[in-house]
Design a protein around this ligand. Sequence first.
Ligand code: ZN
Length: 413
Amino acid sequence: MGYISDALLRKYAELIVRTGANVQKDQVVQLTVSVEQHQFAGMLMEECYKTGAKKVNVDWTYDIQSRLNYLYADQETLSTVLPWEEEKMKQMVQDLPVRIFIASEDPDALSGIASEKLSAVTRARSRVIKPYRNAIEGKHQWVIAAYPSVKWARKCFPDLTDEEAISRLWKAILKTVRVREDNDPVAEWKAHTDFIEKKAAWLNRQGFVSMRYHSGNGTDFTVDLIPEAAWEGAGVTNSTNGAFYIPNMPTEEIFTSPRAGMCEGTLVAVKPLSWNSQLIEDFSITFHQGKAVSCKAKKGQALLEKMIHMDEGACMLGEVALVPKESPVNQCGFLFYETLFDENACCHCALGMGFKEVLPQGNDLTMEQAQQRGINDSMIHVDFMVGADDLSIDGIKQDGTVIPIFRNGTWAK
Ligand code: ZN
């Protein structure tokens, strides 16, 4: 605090709770936030109660706690999901709480920790956690929004002082979430989400069976779509209570899950990828019969290979997303080291888990059923940016008709 006015901060908290999470009367809220952001946590709690929340529970996080655990505790200990943790997840399946996550982590919090240890722990814990995550998928509201920490800001702006860096990051965050002293962010978000929904509806009417990507940097790629799968963007409706919520703030993307195992060619990344607190730079991934068969990175080659081999589905795509290059995140012109922002900069694809909710009545399907209908499954979901300034994307219909979707990195029309 201190970097922006309390009034502006309050406006932001209100936006997160009312437009983002859309907390309804008598809902339980689970807030996950760093201890460093305790004052903002208080503001969010108050907003939740003001909108009628029944109870707000806080899961406090602390970068140093995670780092020390990884440094000193052994792999087996860290991999074990204790009974009380599992009980908590069972409770979550029952309560279907609204979940609010405030991202503020130091992107380097876990740097220097062996990536083998990190991925082994993630893998082991995912095995236990994933069924619970699947059980609440689509049935509860959730939102991730950001709050700058000093370490995060310094990572983005290493040459600035702490104060200058935090100021710059705040400015960028507020720009991307459309919060200003003189505006009504709720109204701006309505117009923004309406635009995204209009574009998504157009894509859905086309019923494309595949898309072709091309750009001067070497991207030359074709991916099959699942014609009955929907393009989605901006908001989601909670199937249990009909509440419309916005999972990511900011959000610029329209996305769907492509047909797993059906893509061909090379995608060249246009921005570095931060994974497990480490950077993969200047990379490309080549696919054959839907699987990543080779990858090249100037930096982080081993890490990229590890990621692709995390499990059976990690080498296949779970998401394709369209983001015009005019995105305010892209206009900020720096890497946020945080997927929430970086994935909203330009067009991207994700390796790993797909979204079963894009299928008709997808939320009622088990992951196995969704897989049979073409949705990829994996413990990872990692976005990488392919939206070059000259990127063109064509949509191809069943009868072979080719319709331009993107030209020069933005909507063709
Ligand atoms: Zn995405």
